[in-house]
Design a binder for this molecule. Structure first.
Ligand code: MSP
Length: 476
């Protein structure tokens, strides 16, 4: 059977990895782990986007060659993925030899078929930003980014015949409603394509740090054309194409839904099954930006709360697909209430009761008549449905429903009283609680792999040696 192929965007290696990058990567990791738990073989791809003038500029400012610079910075991403327990199968870098070869091959093939042609590009050029702008972007002959003067320039460029694919794209979107998700975001893409597609300039003469156009060394290939092909070059020889899910942020939906899809059509390749565009995080209500210096550094939270608390927070805070806000206060509150209290207490209370009542030998058994038992019986079906429709927050809410019901059961059944008056009932209640904990541990394995392992060990040893999530008092 073909492996299930999941990807993240490849991140610009110039930036340090932040909350946004970690979000997509964790989401893809959760789906990858879920598939593996169902015995589906997975190929999970992530990596870095390493070409372009911004990289070359930063390298030279810092006294490095571009290659030295990307080699150094890529380690930041690899380190964070290790600390976040990301189970990727392959890490692609666009400066890798195999990828470069693939991009050049594709370029040559499309030149031959006529899908790429040489033409003239004209626009308003800003020397400081090394970028072209259109008539509507410039503000009284000034650059929209740095406000310096812009010049009308014309240069030779290779173009990709994007316009040719307008009707084919619209037809594809119509026939494959699962392709662009969430579906409410797809409408924007359809309208964009309907409004008319222009051919896309896919080479630059002014950018030196890039893959050269085969046979025309004065041109380098446009970074997006290069970057999108990572999904195909990483898959080569593995028999895993088409990709099953591309996870991306909403700001690069167009690149995937329109340009990438048209490129694949031109190549005669199948399109990915789904492109899922999630929403954006703000921080304390503001956009993360260099000027505000408010990028959330995941390491700070991993240091203070642990990797699993971070993974849990980002997935439980907002429905995947929508925008949401990150704040230290909401992180702290959620940690204490949902992890230290609800989950942590359930585990410590249950196992200390087993010890106290000398019932460590009992085995999990669902009491189907109880409200907790009813939740457990229905659990798998509902959980799988949520995971498979990429509704991660609903899957987590379902797990917490079980946790909360289990805690309620302890409060209402009062096992310490049952111990005195009804030992049969006591065992029944505790067996039911063990079933709940087993299901919690199993289903948390995609979201919080370390915690799930710890709970498994507690179940085996019948003993809690330290709290899963020590309460925070707000001072650290
Ligand atoms: N290199 C391109 C992608 C090429 S894919 C063929 C790129 N890189 S990036 O470093 O800017 O990463 C963009 C991705 O980071 C977004 O698609 C999203 O996954 C993530 N995020 C960056 N900021 C984000 C938020 N504020 N919120 C959520 N995710 C965001 O674009």
């Amino acid at each position: 059977m073909k492996k299930f192929y999941i990807t993240t965007p490849i991140y610009y290696v110039n930036d340090k990895p932040h909350l946004g990058h970690s979000y997509t990567t964790i989401a893809a990791d959760i789906l990858a782990r879920y598939c593996r738990s169902k015995n589906v073989e997975v190929f999970y791809l992530t990596g870095t986007d390493e070409h372009g003038s911004k990289i070359a500029e930063a390298a030279s400012k810092n006294g490095f060659t571009p290659q030295e610079w990307v080699d150094k910075n890529v380690e930041e991403f690899k380190l964070l993925w290790e600390r976040l327990n990301i189970s990727y199968d392959y890490f692609i870098r666009t400066t890798g030899e195999k990828h470069v070869k693939k991009v050049q091959e594709v370029f040559s093939k499309l030149l031959k078929t006529g899908d790429i042609y040489k033409g003239k590009y004209s626009g308003w050029y800003c020397v400081a930003c090394e970028s072209y702008y259109t008539d509507t972007q410039i503000l009284s002959f000034a650059c929209p980014d740095c406000a310096k003067e812009v010049w009308k320039l014309e240069e030779e460029s290779y173009f990709f015949k994007l316009s040719k694919y307008q009707d084919a794209l619209l037809e594809y979107y119509e026939k494959h409603p699962e392709f662009l998700q969430p579906s409410w975001r797809a409408l924007e893409m359809k309208n964009f394509v309907k409004s008319g597609l222009k051919d896309l300039s896919v080479s630059r003469t002014k950018v030196k740090w890039g893959i050269t156009v085969p046979g025309d060394e004065a041109h380098t290939i446009y970074v997006w054309f290069d970057a999108l092909l990572n999904y195909l070059s990483a898959a080569e020889g593995k028999n895993i194409w088409p990709c099953d899910v591309h996870f991306i942020g909403k700001e690069i939906f167009k690149f995937h839904a329109v340009i990438w899809s048209a490129m694949l059509m031109a190549l005669g390749e199948k399109l990915p099954k789904t492109v899922f565009a999630h929403g954006w995080w703000t921080v304390n209500g503001e956009k993360m930006s260099k000027s505000k210096g408010n990028f959330v550094n995941p390491h700070t939270f991993i240091d203070n709360y642990g990797c699993d608390a971070y993974r849990y927070f980002v997935m439980s805070q907002i429905p995947f697909g929508q925008d949401g806000d990150f704040s230290e206060k909401s992180f702290f509150d959620k940690y204490n209430s949902n992890l230290a209290n609800n989950l942590g207490n359930l585990i410590s209370r249950t196992f200390s009761m087993l010890e106290k009542f000398s019932l460590q030998d009992i085995k999990a058994e669902v009491d189907k008549e109880s409200s907790l038992g009813k939740l457990i019986v229905d659990f798998d079906k509902k959980y799988s449905k949520f995971m498979e429709s990429i509704e991660f927050i609903k899957a987590l809410e379902l797990i917490w429903e079980v946790i909360n019901e289990a805690n309620k059961t302890i409060d209402s059944e009062k096992p310490w009283n049952l111990f005195k008056i009804d030992k049969v009932k006591l065992e029944k209640v505790l067996k039911n609680l063990l079933s709940a904990i087993e299901i919690v541990s199993k289903s948390l394995s995609c979201f919080m792999p370390e915690t799930s392992e710890k709970i498994k060990k507690i179940i085996m040893d019948r003993k809690v040696t330290e709290p899963l999530f020590p309460r925070k008092d707000g001072k650290d």
